[in-house]
Structure formats: structure tokens, C-alpha cells
Write a protein that binds this ligand. Structure first.
Ligand SMILES: [Zn+2]
Length: 98
């Protein structure tokens, strides 16, 4: 499984914001009300709501590439994480009788 760690991922994060600008891709639906992303916010655990994250327009579970610039957009941590609440297609681990 692809991990969001290491130098390629960090470089990709920077590339995404350089390409699309520091603007939350949720726009008018931005949960913070202001789509501007403050890139100076430091990482913490949990991250601040306005923390810069990379949102994958095509979910990785649906064939999106982790380091695919075409399907990645800047987003706030808050906006991005709220998107992950909806159920996703999980890989089947056990045999299921239908
Ligand atoms: Zn936002």
C-alpha cells in the first residue's frame, strides 16, 4: 500500500501547491469559510483545521494515483478529512457468500 511519507511525497506536496496555488479546492464549500491555505501552519497531532493537505480528486481506492498531479488539489485538513467520512469500497479480505 502506498504510504504518504518520505521525500517523494513531500516534494509532491510542494509541487501541488506550486501548481494550483494555496487555495482550498473545496472553494465555496470550504468548511473554514476562507479558501486561503496558510502554508506556514506547522504540523501537529491532530493537525490544525487549516493545515495544508493534498486532496485526491480521484480517490486512491478508485484508481487515483498518490503522486498524480492531475488528480491532486490543495485542501485544508478539515475539508479533506471530512471527505473521507463517506464509505469507500474496501478490498475484500474474506470470502463473502452473496
Ligand atoms: Zn477548505
Amino acid at each position: 500500500m502506498a504510504r504518504r511519507a518520505g521525500r517523494p511525497w513531500r516534494r509532491f506536496r510542494r509541487l501541488v501547491v506550486e501548481t494550483y496555488g494555496p487555495w482550498c479546492c473545496f472553494g465555496s464549500a470550504c468548511l473554514l469559510g476562507d479558501p486561503f491555505i496558510d502554508l506556514s501552519l506547522p504540523w501537529s497531532n491532530p493537525p490544525p483545521p487549516g493545515y495544508y493537505t493534498v486532496h485526491h480528486v480521484v480517490p486512491l481506492a478508485h484508481g487515483g494515483g498518490l503522486l498524480d498531479l492531475d488528480t491532486a488539489r490543495p485542501a485544508h485538513y478539515r475539508c479533506n478529512s471530512s471527505q473521507q467520512d463517506r464509505p469507500m469500497v474496501m478490498s475484500r479480505r474474506s470470502s463473502t457468500a452473496w
